[in-house]
Write a protein that binds this ligand. Structure first.
Ligand SMILES: NC(=O)c1ccc[n+]([C@@H]2O[C@H](COP(=O)([O-])OP(=O)(O)OC[C@H]3O[C@@H](n4cnc5c(N)ncnc54)[C@H](OP(=O)(O)O)[C@@H]3O)[C@@H](O)[C@H]2O)c1
Length: 325
């Protein structure tokens, strides 16, 4: 089979190579990949800057949708020929990928492969963050930073679905238009507008109940200062590259919480809650309440370009790699 291979970390190159097809181990399936999606950690992994370092050489890509080709020992409830979506540690940018059954979900009838491939990682992260970590309630005001990115746009849609008023913040008007199309009620262009002043104006001075922050850097502190009483700051990621520091007296003054989010570990430590979350998310995907936004599609040979689109801040929503296309 064909796979896109990283042979050297930080080399800035990937090679389209012919490799042995993977085999399914116990409680695993092999999937014919129809579509795979890029996530920010793919870029970090290629540079050797991600917490998990795969054995070399490896194929990048952590989420995909396709058809089960082979079922390993001890697998129940999944069969060859079944349409599924999955999250894998790496290896999605290939014609076939192997996945643990705990991270494989059947695709509902009528949902195409492309949105299914662009779903589990980002919506799984954002739903866990908003529901399990922030206890977002109907009527809350939610501020999403980096709102047109992968996890950001998922948080915008999920916030509205959960009954919150969503304020989307991003760096360009084009990105903010996408956020409005995905049901953001208000927007802030933080490249040109003062974040704190705009939040004050939009909330009548009250502040926001929850900040969803996958960006880090200079926006975290003004966002934290804009929390309402008992507000929650969700620490999701540092796409900006800078891990911010916060004066803790601000937490005291607002009765506020700084809440960490680590979806990968959550799925391992709390598999039953994760299964419930995935059931809810897939139901919403099936009935059209959630609509993953696909910004661009690339053939397997151009997978590096797909990752660069996300790394270089160009993508709105998700970028796909299509092994058959
Ligand atoms: N905690 C978890 O469990 C978890 C799970 C998944 C992802 N993450 C993390 O969440 C972050 C976002 O992931 P993602 O897949 O949504 O990425 P993404 O699609 O690239 O979105 C990130 C957003 O951050 C903003 N940004 C600001 N400065 C940037 C910079 N220097 N480079 C790139 N983007 C920058 C961009 O929006 P603007 O241009 O509008 O500023 C961009 O849309 C990453 O740090 C990732 O590792 C965490």
């Amino acid at each position: 089979m064909k796979a896109l291979l990283c042979r050297e970390l930080g080399s800035g190159t990937l090679e389209l190579a012919e490799v042995d097809a993977p085999r399914a181990g116990a409680k695993q399936v092999v999937i014919d990949v129809k579509a795979a999606a890029v996530n920010f950690p793919d870029a970090l992994m290629l540079e050797g800057k991600y917490q998990f370092k795969p054995p070399m050489p490896f194929s990048p890509g952590c989420e995909l949708a396709g058809v089960i080709r082979e079922v390993g020992e001890g697998v129940e409830g999944l069969a060859t020929g079944q349409r599924v979506l999955a999250v894998v540690p790496h290896g999605a940018f290939a014609e076939q990928a192997v996945a643990d059954v705990a991270r494989v979900v059947p695709i509902p009838d009528g949902v195409p492969y492309e949105p299914a491939a662009a779903f589990m990682f980002t919506y799984g992260t954002s739903y866990h963050a908003l529901k399990d970590r922030a206890q977002l309630a109907a009527g809350d005001t939610l501020l999403v930073l980096g709102a047109a990115g992968g996890v950001g746009l998922a948080a915008v849609e999920l916030g509205r679905q959960m009954g919150a008023k969503v304020i989307a913040a991003a760096s360009t008007d084009e990105k903010l238009a996408a956020c409005r199309a995905h049901a953001a009620e208000a927007t802030i262009n933080y490249a040109g507008e003062d974040l704190r002043e705009r939040i004050k104006a939009l909330t009548g001075g009250r502040g926001v109940d929850v900040v969803y922050d996958p960006v880090g850097g200079a926006f975290t502190e003004p966002a934290f200062r804009s929390l309402a009483w008992r507000g929650r700051l969700l620490v999701v990621g540092f796409a900006n590259g800078e891990i911010p520091k916060l004066p803790l007296n601000l937490a005291l003054l607002k009765g506020a919480s700084i809440v960490g989010v680590f979806w990968g570990d959550f799925t391992r430590r709390e598999p039953e809650v994760n299964r419930q979350n995935m059931r809810q998310l897939v139901d919403w995907l099936a009935d059209g309440a959630l609509r993953p936004h696909i910004a661009a599609r690339y053939p397997l040979a151009q997978g590096l370009q797909a990752i660069a689109d996300v790394r270089d801040r160009r993508a709105i929503g998700k970028v796909l790699v299509l092994p058959g296309g």
